[in-house]
Design a binder for this molecule. Structure first.
Ligand SMILES: NC(=O)C1=CN([C@@H]2O[C@H](COP(=O)(O)OP(=O)(O)OC[C@H]3O[C@@H](n4cnc5c(N)ncnc54)[C@H](O)[C@@H]3O)[C@@H](O)[C@H]2O)[C@H](O)CC1
Ligand SMILES: [K+]
Length: 511
């Protein structure tokens, strides 16, 4: 699913109005109808007070039109116009007239207004600013937003929490609505997925306002949100007349004294995702535990007992995952550097493989093209340097991936994969996956998919999605808190099955 910028949404708007030959307020009416139906199907006419805070742009217009629908269904409403500018939009004014025609007179809030009383039992509709916000809200509007945030009422934001710009950091973090729920139109907004800006909403959901399908299909975007619908076509079914050789031989290189488990989990995940064969390459000390814990895998050992000193693989594998539990001992750094020069297939590099790269930046030029790097935020910072904010992080990550022609995975609540100047935002996963070994499992899964013949980008996007989905299934069985990395591996099979269940209506999860 494409993630549009505000400008692209305006373009889609214009295109739709022209192609469908509808008046400009028709989209606002669709938006208001969808908002009303969402609310009405849940409240069923309940006697709760709904306080609508409407700006003077089209977001406010949506709110005003919604107020009319709510009134017609006999809801108990209070409408406030947050009068932050004299430049009222045409469709806002049109809907204000329609509201007045029904004898509803909104209260106009200005910079000298008394803050309206809000009970914690009220429902707030936040339609102050939408995607048109392009400068800091003035101080009194900021104070009104603080007042709403302090009310403890349920806050339903229209399109985007007011005060949150769609493509940059907020000017003042206190002057952004903390939404209980966001009903966003047609396409998700990038800010929902970033750690610093995703905190302004608990949950979001899309409402279809019928923007033109041709435009949605054709428009090129910088980011995509990878839903079940987007990931399904990547999957390649196993063939009837295939054998284990068809699904590739993966090698997992890593481990050290006390850190053999990382390799074991990666290799286990690699086989569980479907690789034909898996061989581990570990220091000698890992031999017995690996052979015992994972009988399906083969084991090659380094000459050293406790650490890796020379990486020798006596056959040509289809994929190599490297770095977990490997340490950054000088001999290991040398071995890793030498290996990078020799190897002629894309690698999946994680953990200490990444740490060695950031400590020895010259090695960055030796990374085989189309390799996949899977840093968590700290590892990413060591690789690309500090960032000012999430948007700066995305820019730096994109530049780094393009410069080295690699797939870069930024792990987190919504893992983002960069390749070819584009970012793919993952839709699965949960906080329970922030647990030891979760990253080793992901590396193993992606390595397995590469071994099976998937190209680097599809292997990564599919691997990240299934990893999150396996984690979601695991957490549904044992809770977020009790989920362990091995619990993710155990549910890879169920994740595959879930991938092909009938898609549910698009619903997002907040921060
Ligand atoms: N295609 C769609 O998705 C549709 C979306 N709709 C809704 O329209 C808004 C966007 O409306 P727009 O009028 O462009 O912007 P806002 O309502 O967000 O309004 C702000 C308005 O005020 C100016 N402004 C910006 N920042 C400030 C500020 N800090 N202080 C004062 N004034 C400011 C700016 O010039 C804007 O014009 C979208 O979010 C949806 O809710 C349509 O209803 C249907 C189609
Ligand atoms: K809003």
């Amino acid at each position: 699913m494409k993630i549009f910028t505000a400008n692209q949404i305006y373009k889609a708007d214009k295109f739709t109005i022209e192609k469908q030959q509808i008046p400009s307020d028709a989209l606002m009416e669709r938006a208001a109808t969808q908002l009303f139906e969402w609310i009405h199907s849940r409240l069923q006419g309940a006697e709760v007070t709904i306080q609508l805070f409407c700006g003077i742009g089209n977001n406010g217009g949506d709110g005003i039109a919604l107020a009319r629908h709510l009134k017609e269904a006999d809801y108990n409403i209070q409408v406030h116009v947050v009068n932050y500018s004299e430049k009222r939009s045409k469709d806002f004014l049109l809907n204000l007239e329609r509201l007045k025609d029904r004898k509803i007179w909104p209260e106009f809030l200005n910079d000298d207004c008394v803050m309206p009383e809000i009970s914690p039992n009220d429902i707030i509709v936040d339609a102050i600013f939408g995607i048109g916000l392009n400068r800091a809200p003035s101080e009194w509007v900021g104070k009104l937003i603080e007042h709403i945030n302090a009310s403890q009422a349920f806050v339903l934001s229209v399109d985007i929490p007011s005060g949150l710009p769609s493509d940059r950091m907020p000017w003042n973090t206190d002057h952004v609505i903390r939404a209980s729920y966001v009903l966003s139109f047609q396409v998700p907004k990038l800010v929902f997925f970033l750690p610093e800006t995703g905190v302004y909403q608990n949950q979001w959901e899309l409402l279809d306002i019928g923007l033109d399908a041709e435009f949605l299909v054709k428009e090129e975007v910088d980011y995509e949100f990878m839903t079940q619908f987007d990931v399904q076509p990547i999957y390649r079914p196993r063939l009837k007349f295939s054998h284990k050789g068809t699904y590739g031989h993966a090698v997992i290189v890593g481990g050290g004294y006390g850190k053999i488990g990382a390799v074991q989990m990666a290799a286990n995940a690699c086989l569980s995702i479907g690789a034909g064969l898996a061989t581990t390459f570990v220091p000698e000390c890992g031999y017995h535990s690996l052979q015992t814990a994972l009988p399906e895998a083969m084991v090659l050992t380094d000459a050293e007992d406790d650490y890796i000193s020379e990486i020798k693989i006596p056959f040509k594998p289809n994929a190599i995952g490297i770095g977990m539990g490997m340490g950054t001992k000088e001999e290991t750094v040398q071995a890793f550097g030498k290996f990078l020069k020799e190897v002629d297939l894309p690698l999946v590099i994680d953990a200490d493989g990444l740490n060695i790269l950031s400590q020895n930046p010259k090695l960055l030029n030796e990374i085989p093209k189309l390799s996949i790097l899977t840093p968590h935020p700290k590892e990413l910072e060591r690789l690309i340097g500090e960032w000012k904010n999430d948007f700066d992080k995305l820019d730096k990550a994109k530049t780094f991936a393009t410069k080295h022609d690699i797939v870069l995975v930024i792990k987190g609540a919504h893992t983002i994969t960069f390749y070819g100047g584009k970012g793919y935002v993952n839709s699965t996963g949960n906080p329970g996956m922030a647990t030891a070994g979760s990253g080793d499992v992901l590396t193993g899964m992606i390595t397995g998919l590469v071994a099976m013949g998937y190209d680097s980008l599809p292997a990564t996007v599919l691997g990240v999605y299934l990893h999150g989905l396996a984690g979601d299934i695991g957490a549904s069985l044992v809770s977020y808190d009790a989920l362990k990395a091995t619990g993710i591996i155990e549910n890879i099979g169920k994740a595959y099955l879930e991938l092909f269940k009938r898609p549910e209506p698009q619903e997002g999860k907040g921060a």
